[in-house]
Design a protein around this ligand. Sequence first.
Ligand SMILES: [Zn+2]
Ligand SMILES: [Zn+2]
Length: 214
Amino acid sequence: MTHSEHATASSDSAAPRRRPLAPDTRRLETRSARAWTEPMAVRSLDSGRYAVDGASGATYTVALPDGDCDCPDRTFRGERCKHLRRVAIEVTEGRVPPPGRRRDRCAGCRREAFVPEDGPPVCDACRPERGNRATDRETGDTVVVGRLTDETAAERAVPGANCTVADYPANGSYPDDDPVVEVVYPFDGPDFDDRRRYAFPLSRLAVPGETPVA
Ligand SMILES: [Zn+2]
Ligand SMILES: [Zn+2]
């Protein structure tokens, strides 16, 4: 009966479960409690490293993937110190980027996001994957994504046109700093990797979150 299916679906999205926002620090070991409650400032550096300004005024460097910190507690006592724990908490809470990511404005949706540390600033939702179908906003044509490149539209030359992708007449309304996406046409020859690639500014493509087809 379709009626009961509806009832099931709506109960999934009903009132959220009750839960505390922070753990009960009375039940935590001292270092964890201090990680939650002491005033500290965490900044992400690169390669999974974070600078932590501690309550004492000292700044320590945490290397999260190695589980390391250069504070005395970690260095001399070998403890999992409050700085390491604080960084792990802030990563889990989404306050600082996880290792391998940095905070930047996504070139697609123009919202702040944790984008890959290397390569163009594109969030996971906007990142075109090889084989995704996309629609050319100028012509309505369906194209297939080859790859997202490290070049911007202002850096990439159009072969034979003596201009860049940004200067190309049909691309006038897209940002010069858009990352370039190489696409192929679905009907253009049998072998994906042998098809001619065309360079598009990212925002000229409408990419529905679709299952790869190629
Ligand atoms: Zn430490
Ligand atoms: Zn985005």
